[in-house]
Design a protein around this ligand. Structure first.
Ligand code: HEC
Ligand code: HEC
Ligand code: HEC
Length: 346
């Protein structure tokens, strides 16, 4: 912060403005507004994962602000805040500009529009009916899956040839998935089961995340709608897999240094910018789910990949054993809830 000493007023004003632009630059990991309110010039829909910083300049000295922003782990080892300096999201010079802006913040925030205030904003509640094909475009996938179930593959066999009454046979099957599969020594979800079983029986290559795979997976889960989610995490191998999954949810990864639990447990029921963060129970029973904003149906593994990429971590292939462990753990948190597929989300 030596850099700011002896700077004349006009230049300081320039530096503060540059810092403000940087603090509001969404291309930098969502920027500060993703989690903080920062005074009257705050853009719309600030988040509230972190404290309101609108009067920070009146209470904290710039040296502390710089150190905290550079790497909050020197204050709190498990801070939710990304280590902006250490992980190279901003250069030291840029952080000096940002701190000059923070130091200028001295007036409590007054929102012009109440809905901009994250403590007053209306919490989104999903009221659309999953199974109403008028409301949920994802429902179009169900008949596609049913058609594929009856279609003959390269081996001149269809699923229907061997499973003549799927409505009866698969009433609860999908509600017990994923499960630990000893033959594969990994957790098997519905989607990977479809890939492997189709290859072995009809000869179809319904690769994970392909349209056909998603359609058949949606169909199989649809048949179990209303069934109580009941995955096994009691037998020794399943228990170990779920435990590995739990550990994964707590591990901080990626350039932004986030664990799943940072967003979905510690910051659950708060706003990250304009998005309301949900807790982990109840997160999976509607997958695969229609994504309004994307115009397509996503399975859970795709959602995992997206949550990985959003924090600038590497996504894994959909059949990665780690995603299996994660899926088993998350699904076990929803044990007792009911399956309702396809879901609908924004
Ligand atoms: C993902 C959410 C998140 C983002 C994005 C974020 N912060 Fe934070 N920030 C927090 C949280 C949570 C705290 C409080 C405790 C902690 O460290 O976990 C915090 C605390 C702070 C503090 C200390 C406040 C005090 O009262 O001493 C400063 C300074 C700060 N943030 C600056 C920034 C700046 C500057 C940016 C943008 C470059 C930023 N934050 C982006 C979550 C975030
Ligand atoms: C050639 C006969 C045959 C074909 C074709 C076939 N299956 Fe199967 N399927 C079986 C047999 C046998 C089992 C039970 C043994 C096992 O778990 O591997 C089974 C098991 C299943 C199960 C799991 C039931 C359980 O209790 O674990 C599902 C779901 C399923 N099949 C769906 C499908 C789908 C979807 C297709 C089409 C892609 C398909 N099957 C094609 C013979 C077939
Ligand atoms: C930086 C914050 C952040 C992190 C870290 C994060 N997510 Fe998410 N996740 C979101 C947001 C935002 C959404 C969309 C809003 C919501 O449903 O919570 C979301 C949605 C989801 C959903 C869908 C919820 C639904 O009801 O449709 C699942 C499942 C999920 N995340 C799992 C994970 C897993 C597993 C991890 C760790 C590998 C993870 N997330 C890490 C921000 C995050």
């Amino acid at each position: 912060m030596e850099a700011l000493r002896g700077v004349d007023r006009a230049s300081l004003r320039q530096i503060q403005l540059a810092g403000r632009t940087l603090a509001f630059d969404r291309s930098r990991g969502g920027s500060c507004v993703a989690c903080h309110i920062l005074g009257e010039s705050t853009p719309e829909f600030p988040g509230n994962v972190g404290p309101d910083l609108s009067t920070l300049g009146a209470t904290r000295d710039p040296q502390m602000m710089f150190a905290y922003t550079y790497d909050a782990r020197s204050f709190f080892p498990l801070s939710i805040m990304p280590p902006w300096g250490t992980h190279g999201l901003y250069t030291t010079e840029e952080l000096v500009d940002i701190v000059a802006f923070l130091a200028s913040l001295k007036t409590p925030m007054k929102f012009k529009d109440e809905l901009d205030d994250p403590t007053k904003r209306i919490v989104p509640k999903e009221t659309r009916d999953n199974l109403d094909d008028f409301e949920n475009p994802g429902m179009d996938v169900v008949p596609e899956g049913k058609k594929l179930f009856a279609a003959r593959g390269p081996k001149n066999k269809s699923c229907l040839d061997c499973h003549a009454a799927p409505e009866q046979a698969f009433k609860t099957w999908a509600a017990r998935m994923p499960r630990y599969e000893p033959r594969l020594q990994k957790v098997l979800g519905v989607e990977e089961f479809v890939t492997r079983h189709a290859m072995a029986t009809t000869g179809d290559a319904h690769l994970m995340e392909s349209e056909q795979n998603i359609a058949l997976s949606v169909y199989l889960k649809f048949l179990a709608n209303g069934a109580v989610i009941d995955v096994d995490v009691a037998s020794p191998e399943a228990k170990a897999a779920a435990e590995r999954g739990r550990a994964l949810t707590q591990r901080k990864i990626g350039q932004l240094n986030f664990a799943c639990t940072d967003c979905h447990e510690r910051a659950a029921n708060r706003w990250i910018r304009g998005q309301w963060l949900t807790g982990m129970r109840g997160q999976v029973g509607h997958f695969p789910t229609w994504r309004n904003g994307r115009g397509e149906v996503w399975d859970l593994r795709k959602r995992f990949q997206w949550c990985n990429v959003a924090i600038r971590a590497n996504e894994l292939p959909p059949d990665a054993p780690e995603y299996g462990d994660l899926e088993l753990y998350l699904t076990s948190l929803s044990n007792g809830l009911t399956l309702s597929v396809p879901g609908i989300r924004n």
